[in-house]
Design a protein around this ligand. Structure first.
Ligand code: SF4
Length: 126
């Protein structure tokens, strides 16, 4: 996004980025029509970084990364860390089932998110 066009449009409070269509669950009530595979046209890691660059320049207040299940992407922590490095306040819309101790330990910001996501059971068994 060019600087000039960024200045012409005021930033929204929140941007929701559906980073993948893939999810490890199959909830009947799924709001996002998730499937068991990533869409072929999902942004690559580098493309996601460029999106973070644009959103940072746009000075949005909050970035929500969801899907699908965002933690199905192996580069998810890299994208979150990159977003944080750009000053983006970032949260993850996750069902929480793929969070393990190693993942918690690898990212302090994700660890804080984990505390918020430990009651995801409304996603399960419905
Ligand atoms: S966990 Fe969320 S994204 Fe995945 S199938 Fe359930 S509602 Fe959809």
């Amino acid at each position: 996004m060019e600087k000039e066009s960024i200045n012409q449009v005021p930033p929204p409070f929140l941007v929701s980025y559906s980073i993948t269509t893939k999810c490890n669950l199959m909830c009947k009530h799924c709001y996002s029509e998730s499937v068991d595979q990533a869409a072929p046209d999902e942004l690559s890691t580098e493309e996601a970084f460029r999106l973070m660059d644009d959103l940072s320049k746009w000075e949005i207040s909050l970035l929500v990364i969801d899907g699908g299940e965002p933690l199905c992407r192996e580069d998810m922590l890299d994208v979150v860390k990159y977003a944080s490095s750009k000053g983006l306040r970032t949260t993850l819309g996750s069902n929480g089932t793929l969070i393990d101790e190693a993942m918690q330990a690898s990212s302090q910001s994700l660890y804080r998110l984990t505390e918020l996501m430990l009651k995801p059971m409304t996603h399960l068994g419905v």
